[in-house]
Design a protein around this ligand. Structure first.
Ligand SMILES: Nc1nc2c(ncn2[C@@H]2O[C@H](COP(=O)(O)OP(=O)(O)O)[C@@H](O)[C@H]2O)c(=O)[nH]1
Ligand SMILES: Nc1ncnc2c1ncn2[C@@H]1O[C@H](COP(=O)(O)OP(=O)(O)O)[C@@H](O)[C@H]1O
Length: 206
């Protein structure tokens, strides 16, 4: 087997900007792929099945749990979400890097299975800004936003279990921070293997 790829896990309270940051990172970094999760939540406006998520029913989700198809899954804001083995296993085994955009419960489960995973938590600059971003996104009903704001208190308290915390105040600054974490992990990983050619290969990915 090839050396497994790097695994990055990005978590945040809803509305902190995690999806926007990961999307921008992927546009800059062709060596990174995002894992597409399965969820029982209904699709939002522009979302497409198989792109943002695999949208499935509760019965299908139960069947996947029973078959052992998930590395991890969790209930978040009243819906279930999970990372399937298919979503990441082959890519990691081929030595490619993968990013997971999942909640803190999933992140902590992933760290137990893949201790080398790098856990990154995104924070909003303030509670008020978080509320405004959820409102401006315009995708969720007011009661859903209220619930997400309540859940955010508990989620933010989990940031201390993560390897890195990035504050998403200015988007470009947060994106730079995220890139720096990814790049430094690649170099660290390559240099741990003490191979000069691996370090040079990692530099080429920057
Ligand atoms: N544990 C786990 N959480 C996930 C997964 N996919 C998405 N989530 C999380 O579920 C939460 C809700 O996601 P979503 O409904 O897309 O809302 P958003 O975070 O407001 O964009 C977020 O914290 C996601 O990171 C997954 O596969 N596993
Ligand atoms: N640094 C930022 N400044 C202002 N608005 C932002 C910033 N980052 C993201 N946003 C906006 O906030 C909203 C929530 O971002 P999103 O990426 O959907 O969050 P999450 O995936 O964490 O729920 C979106 O409308 C997005 O365009």
């Amino acid at each position: 087997m090839e050396t497994p790829g790097n695994l990055f896990v990005v978590a945040a309270p809803s509305g902190a900007g995690k999806s926007s940051l990961v999307k921008a990172l992927l546009e800059l970094d062709s060596h990174l792929a995002v894992s597409v999760s399965h969820t029982t939540r209904a699709p939002r406006g522009q979302e497409q099945d198989g792109r943002e998520y695999h949208f499935i029913s509760n019965a299908q989700f139960d069947a996947m749990i029973e078959h052992g198809d998930f590395f991890e899954w969790a209930e978040v804001h009243g819906n279930r979400y999970g990372t399937s083995r298919n979503a990441i296993e082959a890519r990691l085994q081929a030595g490619e890097d993968v990013v997971l955009e999942i909640d803190y419960q999933g992140a902590l489960q992933i760290k137990l299975i893949f201790p080398y995973a790098v856990l990154i938590f995104i924070l909003p600059p303030s509670w008020e800004e978080l509320r405004q971003r959820l409102q401006r996104r315009g995708e969720d009903h007011p009661e859903v936003i209220a619930q997400r704001m309540i859940n955010a208190r508990h989620e933010v308290a989990q940031a201390r279990h993560f390897d890195y915390v990035i504050i998403n105040a200015l988007f470009e600054t947060a994106l730079f921070d995220l890139k720096t974490v990814v790049h430094s992990q690649r170099l660290k990983y390559a240099s741990q293997k003490r191979s000069k050619s691996q370090v040079f290969a990692a530099l080429d990915l920057i």
